[in-house]
Ligand binder design. Sequence first.
Ligand code: ADP
Ligand code: ZN
Length: 720
Amino acid sequence: MAETVSVLLPIPADRPYTYAVPEGMTVAPGDHVQVPLGPRQVAAVVWDVDGDKVDAKKLREITTRFDCPPLSADMRRFVEWIAHYTLSPPGMVLRMVLRAPGGLEPPAPTIGYRWAGGEPDRMTDARRRVLELARDGSAWSKSGLAHAAGASASVVGGLIKLGVLEEVALPHQPLVPPPDPAHAGADLTADQQTAAEAVCKRVQGGFSVTLLDGVTGSGKTEVYFEAVAEALKKGRQVLILLPEIALTAAFLDRFEDRFGARPGEWHSDVAPRKREQLWRQVATGEVRVVAGARSALFLPFADLGLAVVDEEHDSAYKQEDRVFYHARDMAVVRGQIGDFPVVLSSATPSVESLVNAQRGRYHHLRLENRFGGAALPDIHTIDLRSSPPPRGGFISPILSKAVERTLEGGGQSLLFLNRRGYAPLTLCRVCGHRFQCPNCTTWLVEHRFRGQLQCHHCGYSEAAPQACPHCGTFDHLAACGPGVERLGEEAVDLFPDARILVLSSDLMGGVKRLRLELEAIAKGECDIVIGTQLVAKGHNFPLMRCVGVIDADLGLANGDPRAAERTFQLLSQVTGRAGRSGGESTGYLQTYQPGHPVIDAIAKGDREAFYEREIANRESAGLPPFGRLASLIVSAASKREAEEHARKLRQAANPPQDITVLGPAEAPIFMLRERYRYRLLVHAALKAKLQDWLGHWLAGGPKVRGSVRVQVDIDPQSFL
Ligand code: ADP
Ligand code: ZN
């Protein structure tokens, strides 16, 4: 009988599979291996829970064991924990860990050349120049040596052939040099110092969560850098999660100023080769600090000792694809499993984190003041009912005067509108036809600059038509409502001499270009920025004095349970772009409902009023964090299939007393990518065994057949 082990494969199976260990190979749990699966070979991990029993005749052998540090027991528990929590197959969670397969093999050594002693029989000038350099005994790359000697590569090649130069393996170069915790310690203010000491004390202990809660520009980053330094001094690795890492080049520079080296960078815009190197060097422990997007949580750290989640309230931390997880919550779980501290940082904490802090589950550190005595902006509401914009426009006279004054004073203004493109809806003025996406129940958004109508949900696009496809009338198509492009047009009319920049994710040139534009703004190379939420997050624009929110009500309109919280956070962040480096600054909120509690709290700068009310509302409705939600989307290619499955599923539900099932109802986006969608919402008391019951219900419910798919989202953030 061959020795067998269980192996978890990155596939949607609910258990590991069993494989035979070939003679002469030894494997232990956590080892990275390659195994046959049908006709394929896949990278997988030796697991320590039992796999499926396999008939001896069908048993297949492990192909290879990779020369790679094993996946730690903590990481294996983490994978299982997330699988159970999100109701995903563990293999699909493991798939997120095995994102850089090239990192499983040690890198091929880089070859260099050095003098082997001796001289060629025939000496030329070029050969002499090469040897003069090589004689110092150091190793050179072939091209480097040729270049330095002013000789051609074939001269160097000739000397290698003659054996005058010999091959040596160059020492392995780490991807990033190690950060130095003592490189340039900050001169902290008294408040910052108190907070830094408290958080550094946490780093000395095991698992804990600290909510670092301070207004924009108060120095939260400086404070958590001290925690990072402390963890580094203890010899531990550090993970810093950032919501928009691709755009926050400034963060990497700041880190380098403090620690003398850049952190390892992990996000989708990093080149595949670099990602593979980073993955491996995180596993070997060569990379000490990683700054990354949410998926960095799944990097195979050798010895993670601190996780920081910056802008912890940001919805970019929620993944809504395959495995639906929230990286902030999972970072806390990772800390619990690994027994290390977690720091959550925000100027506008999530209601969940704040409640945890109030109840004493999290340590609460407050920073009440901006650094350097900079004041928070003065906030005014502009009631659009009494001060409407001129006909056809979207900027009210009060706001345009404020921008004018800011221009005269040499400051920058930001006009914020969370709508890409030119107009969110196009209709025919003659027959009323509205342009809808053929694959989704959504309106097509006009992008005038590109001459297209686009669906922002499925990516469908068509050339902007001249005539109505319904009645055939030419030149009577009307753009309804504003997008940033349209706002840009209005700003050019209003402020013809200003340097105006429209910024959204549609900008040609992608992330690189965006980074350049953000830098240009910081340097003061433009006067008026018109942008979507992309410009709202985390950036430091020293000259920004005036922020105008074009439609403060926008996020309040959709009635989902998080609308108020999300709007409060976004408006605080956006207005918080102003006045970061001192001087007077102002924020304006254009609204039709100045009395709305969210708008009112922002206008008065009374965040406690907002949180108090929101927490009370949640508590009385039993909504998170006072109860739990799970959302199920049943979708299918035909309406009948989807509806039938959703109905049968509902009928099969027999929830215990502390769980309620609502629906099915048509989802707000009823058709998405040609699939019809029904939503069931599950509401559970805090103590209910939600996952166990859901698993039970789904397993005992109608068979998922044909084109039907059921998607489970625990703790949903989006309700579309
Ligand atoms: P937050 O993360 O709370 O928004 P930051 O840490 O980004 O705040 O600080 C805001 C600005 O103030 C940054 O430009 C930062 O360099 C500067 N700053 C904050 N604290 C200090 C300090 N103690 N010494 C020097 N500069 C500081
Ligand atoms: Zn679409």
